[in-house]
Write a protein that binds this ligand. Structure first.
Ligand SMILES: [Fe+2]
Length: 290
């Protein structure tokens, strides 16, 4: 029971041009503009797309898409979500076509408040991924798109929901300064979801960051140089995390939330033991702009 990976994310954005520059020139993603409506899908592996930008008057999360491996598991999860009071509705043919999946259900996450889809049967393109710059590619497959982090109102209740309903397991905890975070996995990726307790200036429901993981440390390094050359604000300097060992840097996206560009994250094995850390970094990762 539960989800198997983070499949896709969508954002409503006020600054489409800046976003396209970021995703194409820094991350090397392939833009696939939709036929109507102005939305742009972005491809970074064999899937039709993993990220969608929707032009909008306000910046927000448009959707978090969780992949489930079979139609039976999908229906069971939809039933369980309904039991827990979520406003689950089956996706229409048009919604499935837009998300490029065989079947989906939509609901608002009762804990985080974000628009959410659970789905199975993603469309795999027969053409090869054509990166916008010379990158080696992204670590996805069964590990999914990457990881996401949200600030939440009730950390314990949200943790219980994502463990008991959505099928996640705890990877570890980090508490530092006035931050309190728990990291969760649903496949061997160290964490696919991070939950952070709300705090001053960091309201519940707000999206904190999206991480995508390169297969090349050099791709991340070149990306860092491009970020500096384009004067894109760096949020956290290059460094290595204490828990997932990801070597990464963070930049401030045109929507205000952060994106993490990572390499070399460790994976969860069968003998994983939950740890509790007092800092998120081993080295580096110094804060530049909050
Ligand atoms: Fe991260």
């Amino acid at each position: 029971m539960g989800v198997d990976s983070l499949g896709y994310v969508g954002f409503n954005v006020t600054k489409m041009a800046e976003w396209r520059t970021l995703l194409e020139q820094v991350f090397g993603m392939e833009a696939r503009p939709r036929a109507a409506g102005g939305a742009v899908d972005f491809r970074l592996d064999e899937y039709h797309h993993r990220i969608t930008l929707h032009p909008a008057a306000e910046d927000s999360v448009a959707v978090v898409g969780w992949e489930v491996g079979s139609p039976e598991k999908l229906d069971q999860l939809a039933d369980l979500l309904r039991e827990k009071g979520a406003d689950v509705a089956p996706g229409t043919a048009e919604q499935c076509d837009a998300s490029k999946v065989k079947k989906l259900y939509r609901y608002t996450c009762p804990m985080i408040g974000c628009p959410t889809e659970i789905y199975y049967g993603p469309l795999v393109s027969h053409t090869s991924f054509t990166p916008r710059r010379g990158i080696s590619g992204y670590k996805t497959g069964t590990l999914g798109l990457g990881h996401i982090a949200f600030w939440v109102k009730d950390l314990e209740a949200t943790l219980s929901f994502y463990r008991e309903v959505m099928g996640f397991s705890i990877s570890d905890y980090i508490a530092w300064d006035d931050n309190d975070a728990v990291f969760l996995h649903c496949n061997p990726r160290h964490h696919t979801l991070a939950l952070m307790a709300e705090a001053e200036g960091r309201p519940a429901g707000k999206f904190q960051h999206l991480m995508v993981e390169s297969v090349s440390r050099d791709d991340v390094g070149y990306g860092y140089d491009i970020v500096r050359d384009l004067n894109i604000p760096v949020a956290i300097e290059p460094g290595k995390h204490s828990n997932d060992h990801m070597q990464s840097f963070y930049l401030k996206s045109p929507s205000g939330f952060w994106m993490e560009y990572g390499y070399g994250g460790r994976e969860i094995g069968p003998d994983w033991e939950v740890r509790n850390y007092d800092q998120p970094m081993l080295w580096g990762h110094r804060m530049v702009s909050p």
